[in-house]
Design a binder for this molecule. Structure first.
Ligand SMILES: [Zn+2]
Length: 325
């Protein structure tokens, strides 16, 4: 690793049962012993986390603090168990709490049923998607965090201060940690070397009505991070990133190309999200179908904001077309 990485900070790579592959957990030695993300509730992950801690002379029971970057099972599924075992304090962004505490299950299901109907998804696919969601919940255990982290908060890791960056996009509550003097970023799933971080469709935060525009948020946060003069980013999956501005440029170009593909797929027709997904990415399994639908919705919202497409709802289904002057 580069010289920019302090001696108190270690990467522990933990397997996951998900297509994304292993997840990077970060161990910060010092008081309190801190884990940034923990991995999924999955035996090989549990074993790898224990081994990773042991390699630096620690055990799970010593963990004093867990920082969760976002509420996806591959990052946070094991947090309840580690906290129970160690008494560690769990901190995350407030927007992650409704996803972690398990209390919003019914509201979430209602949201997805509604958004997928709006997307024109046929009933058989709805059924397969709800089965998939139930399968995923095996890899996480509900938990109520002890405290919240907001943009600009300062957190001590090792003997240094790290700044919390709230970077909504991949999820609404996603946070990165920034050490400005070292020009170092723990980028979680905001910035990954080999995969573009898909902004996932999510319900609006409690008390709000408007559906989030995650891709629009994400692109703004990408530009924000590119402007921070970061020498090295340590991501949630895969290898370190030593050219943050270059990678951000690549990602922005990718989304621009994808937006063009959505426009081409629309042609002069009026189509639902589902029909566009079928055209752009035929024959997907439910997990990838859901990710593809999230991606298409994100790009349509972005194109709508730019005045290039418009939608019309009939019987609660949205139909999209190019905007005519
Ligand atoms: Zn992830």
């Amino acid at each position: 690793m580069s010289l920019a990485v302090p001696g108190y900070l270690h990467t522990i790579t933990v397997p996951t049962p998900f297509p994304i592959g292993p997840v990077n957990v970060y161990l910060a030695e010092g008081d309190p012993l801190t884990l940034v993300d923990v991995g999924p509730r999955y035996e090989p992950a549990r074993a790898a986390l224990k081994r990773g801690l042991a390699a630096y002379g620690h055990q799970l029971a010593e963990v004093g603090r867990i920082v969760l970057t976002h509420a996806h099972a591959d990052h946070s599924g094991l947090a309840a168990e580690v906290a129970r075992l160690s008494g560690a304090e769990v901190l995350t962004h407030a927007l992650n709490i409704p996803w972690l505490d398990g209390g919003s299950g019914a509201r979430r299901l209602a949201f997805y049923a509604d958004v997928l109907r709006w997307a024109g998804v046929p009933p058989q696919m709805l059924l397969r998607l709800s089965r998939m969601r139930r399968g995923m919940s095996r890899y996480e255990e509900p938990l109520t965090p002890d405290g919240t982290l907001s943009d600009g908060d300062v957190l001590r890791l090792g003997d240094e201060e790290w700044v919390v960056l709230h970077t909504p996009g991949h999820t609404g509550g996603l946070i990165c940690l920034h050490q400005p003097r070292r020009r170092l970023l723990l980028s979680s799933d905001h910035l990954l070397r080999h995969v573009s971080s898909n902004p996932i469709v999510e319900p609006p935060p409690p008390g709000e009505k408007e559906r989030p525009r995650r891709l629009v948020d994400y692109l703004a946060q990408l530009r924000r991070v590119a402007a921070l003069d970061i020498a090295l980013a340590l991501p949630g999956h895969g290898p370190v990133i030593n050219d943050v501005p270059g990678l951000v440029r690549e990602r922005l170009a990718f989304h621009e190309r994808r937006a063009r593909q959505v426009m081409d797929a629309l042609g002069d027709e009026e189509l639902t999200v589902h029909r566009l997904v079928e055209r752009l990415f035929p024959a997907l399994d439910p997990v990838n179908y859901f990710l593809a639908a999230s991606e298409v919705i994100g790009h349509l919202q972005w194109l709508e904001e730019r005045g290039e497409v418009q939608s019309q709802q009939r019987l609660r289904v949205a139909y999209w077309r190019r905007r005519r002057e």
